[in-house]
Structure formats: C-alpha cells, structure tokens
Design a binder for this molecule. Sequence first.
Ligand code: UT7
Length: 331
Amino acid sequence: MEQTRATITSVGHYLPDDRLTNHDLEKLVDTNDEWIRTRTGIIERRILKDPEKATSYMAANAANEALEFVGLTPDKIDVIIVATVTPDYIFPSTACLVQEAIGATNALAFDLSAACSGFIYALTTGASFVESGRYKNVLVIGADKMSSIIDYTDRATCILFGDGAGAVLLQPSNDGTGIIDSIHYSEGDTNCHLVQKGGGSRYPASLETVAKHMHFIKQDGKAVFKKATVGMADVSAEIMERNNLKAEDISWLVPHQANLRIIDATARRMSLGMDKVMINIERYGNTTGATIPLCLYDWKDQMRNGESIILTAFGGGFTWGAVYLTWGGKY
Ligand code: UT7
C-alpha cells in the first residue's frame, strides 16, 4: 500500500477588481511602462481599494472557493494556516479571523511569517499535519494586501507589488499523488535588505516611525535580486537531484512571481522550456504569499493527475525553498 501523502485536491482564489497599470504608476512616480516591463515583466496589478477590507477578507473568499469546489463544509476543516506579511492586525492572527469568517468551527488556526516563501513554508507545514495522520482537511492560504504597506512615492518598490489571495485544500491520499519532498532554507538578514521596520517591538508605531515612512516596505532590490536568483535556481536543482528528476520528468515549474528575470534564470538552471513554467506576473505583480496558489488556480484546468510539479520561492527573512509534488487536484 502506498504511504499516506498530503495532496492538493482543490484551489481557490481572490483577486480585487481594481487594476493599477504601469501607465497609472507613471502618474505617481518617475517611472515608465517600458522600464517596468523589461526589468520585471509586470504590466498591471490588482489593488484592494476598499479600506474596510483587509487580508482576511481575500483569504476567506479564496478558502470558500476551494471548499465549494470539493463540496466540503467548513466544520470539517481541521487546520487553517495563513501565510502573510500583511495580517489584518499584529494579533489576533489572520487565520483566526478567516476561521470565524468561513465558519470553520472545529479548526485550529495560525499565521506563518516567511514573506514571499510563506506559501511553500505553509504547504510543508500543512502537509506534516496530514502525514501525521491526526488531521484530514488542512487549508493552506497565501494572502497579502501589499498595497497597505507600499509607499507610493518610492518607485523602487511601488511598481512591484499587488494584492491577492490563493488557498489550497490538503487531504490525505493513498494513490501516490501529493507532496513528496520539500527543502527549505533561512538566513537571518540582519542588514534588513527587505524589511518593514515600523510597528513591531523594535520600532513601535509612533509619530516618528510614521514620519520616517517606517511602516512601509523597503527593499535593496539589487541585493535581493542576486540572492533570489541563486537561491531559487540552486534549491530547484537540489530537489531535482535528490529525487532523481530530469527536466523531462517535470510537467510544471511554479515559481514565486517576483521578477521575470529570476524566473527565467531558475527555468534555465533546471533546463526547462518556458512552456512548462507558470507565469502570471504580468497581470498580478508580486502578491507575496499569494503568487504560487494564484498560479495553481490559473493553471488548474491544464494540470493532469499525477503530473510532477516543482514549486519554488525566495523572500524576506531571508527564506527560500522548493517543494516537489505530484498533482492530485480533482479537476
Ligand atoms: O519577492 C521577494 C523578493 N524580491 C525580489 O525578488 C525582487 C528582487 N529585485 C528585483 O526584482 C530588481 O532588483 C528590481 C526590479 C527591484 C530593480 O531592477 P534592477 O535591474 O535591479 O534595477 P536597479 O535597482 O539596479 O536600478 C537600475 C536603474 C537605476 O538607475 P541608475 O542608477 O542606473 O541611473 C535606478 O535608479 O533603474 C532605476 N530605477 C528605475 N527607473 C524607472 C529604479 N526603479 C525604477 C523605476 N522606474 N521604477
């Protein structure tokens, strides 16, 4: 009998309707469509404009869609993990707010903070709950309202990010599909190359932190670019080697969508044609925790049961990693 694995059976998503295009950004900062397209691959992003709605709203919508697809009632959910860097509040967790919003009365719920690697960290964590045999229905959600921490006068960051959420349902499988291997790394970035400094216990929110724009994301793009390119390419090659996978064995690469050039470099290192790489950065930009589940959602009708898929991401922390799975979606 095959060992019990955690398999993704369903995917849900939420994207706000409002679009922020490169041409809109030209009116806000000294930038241009040509620069943004060629340096990042982004054309537009979605923005959750309603000030009454935050990350938990998008996460709950994505979760509900994933549950509806498989006809699972919320009371059957055992665990909810939300990967986010833009929680509604510092506490309580966004996962607890989602638990209440969707009526998952029997679920334990917590947030996981690993920036742009949050979703794959959460997926490995969620899979462990299922593999342990103690939990059967685990919701793993990546959701971020990045527009809430963006300085729209800083051209180095405001062109990159967008809002969105994606959710997957993990369930036990004995048919060989599911999460087979994960490799994760972290390296404390004490020099704060990618950081939101204000509002935590180091720099509690004050008039001064706000005046200094410390409640916004700050990034040394060049430094992060170099580390991300090496990190995602190396860990993807490592997980292929560890599982004796050749390029022809892999049906899909699902990379974090931070920059098309980083995605290109990762695919090249894996000797994969771009037709096997899921890319939607041009439409959504970098939605941090949501990029990978949003790709899975967009490609769900093209993936076939049992196909080999590698997910990979790099983000603040620093954090990075790769997950190898075979598709078990009931599409
Ligand atoms: O998801 C988490 C991980 N994050 C990432 O992976 C992001 C990694 N970094 C990047 O994707 C890239 O570094 C950026 C897209 C952020 C920047 O691209 P780059 O090719 O590294 O550009 P750069 O920062 O080296 O800047 C090149 C030039 C500079 O001008 P000079 O000094 O050459 O005259 C910048 O001032 O481009 C200028 N520049 C811009 N020009 C127009 C920087 N931002 C902009 C802009 N519009 N928005």
